[in-house]
Ligand binder design. Structure first.
Ligand code: NDP
Ligand code: 8X3
Length: 249
């Protein structure tokens, strides 16, 4: 059986992607910090084997240990890595920002993605035409007001996707970058540190993307024939024109 590893699988895009890839017949390796969430999601995914493990992508030793502990029947059959774990923390001018917030974003979105990629690429190399998919953002294409460090972290993801496409070319591992616009997940609740009212206001007046829209994009990428590599997809709500401009009712 072919397996897919998904980071940040306890919520949002990651959880929805788990369902879509299982529908395609993949066994799953679901990783996140909240193991009770992973256990609940595992119960709903009944069609193929689902392996779960608690993982903080910011902790390099933890990443190495979790990937190193995969049972052989899984580690020998990893065909897809979805680097999805990520977050924004805070929104506002840099000079009033908090270095703790910047560190969390850079440690998770950039360093965490590097640690996971470094640990998993040797497994992908066993299979030509395997896939590495990075979840970047419209914030990795453009900078918007108050987005400074989050945008910088996602610009880094965009650059890493391009670099990995070069590095992994000789191994015939396809590298895809997905850049979503506004999607209604727990993203804004995390960004605004549990302020549900502010988080909800982000999605008022227009129809935001849903997690399934991104999950279906991952499934589309993975289902292309061997000679087709989807390098980069920017996907936004119809009511969004760029990183900052929305048509709100
Ligand atoms: P959610 O907050 O719903 O999901 C984020 C996921 O990342 C959770 O499963 C969370 O799990 C995981 N995560 C966060 N930090 C860590 C960590 N240190 N180690 C392991 N897992 C971690 O948001 P989304 O589904 O929307 O976000 C998924 C990705 O999509 C992120 O990279 C985000 O930046 C990006 N994105 C989101 C957009 C949006 O508008 N929603 C648009 C564009 C991009 P846990 O807390 O259990 O560890
Ligand atoms: C999350 C979407 O527009 O807040 O990456 O950057 S946005």
């Amino acid at each position: 059986m072919k397996y897919a590893i998904i980071t940040g699988a306890s919520s949002g895009f990651g959880a929805a992607t788990a369902q879509e890839l299982q529908n395609m017949g993949f066994g799953l390796v679901l990783l996140a910090r909240r193991s009770e969430r992973l256990e609940a999601i595992q119960q709903t995914l009944t069609q193929t084997p689902v392996y779960i493990a608690q993982l903080d992508v910011c902790n390099e030793d933890n990443v190495r240990a979790v990937i190193g502990a995969l049972p052989a029947e899984i580690s020998e059959n990893i065909f897809v890595l979805v680097n999805n774990a990520g977050l924004a923390v805070g929104r506002g001018p840099l000079d009033t920002g908090l270095s703790d917030d910047w560190n969390r974003m850079i440690d998770t979105n950039v360093k965490g993605l590097l640690y996971v990629s470094h640990a998993v690429i040797p497994l992908l190399k066993k299979h030509p035409n395997s896939h590495l998919i990075n979840i970047s953002s419209i914030a990795g294409k453009e900078v918007y007001a108050g987005g400074n460090v989050y945008c910088a972290s996602k610009h880094a993801v965009d650059a890493i996707s391009k670099a990995l496409r070069i590095d992994l070319l000789p191994h015939q591992i396809k590298v895809s970058n997905i850049a979503p616009g506004a999607a209604e997940t727990e993203f804004s609740l995390v960004r605004f540190k549990g302020d549900a009212q502010t988080a909800a206001s982000v999605y008022e007046g227009f129809e935001a993307l849903q997690a399934k829209d991104i999950a279906q994009t991952v499934a589309f990428i993975v289902s292309r024939p061997a000679h087709v590599s989807i390098a980069d997809i920017t996907i936004m709500p119809s009511a969004q024109a760029n990183g900052s401009l929305f048509h709100k009712k």
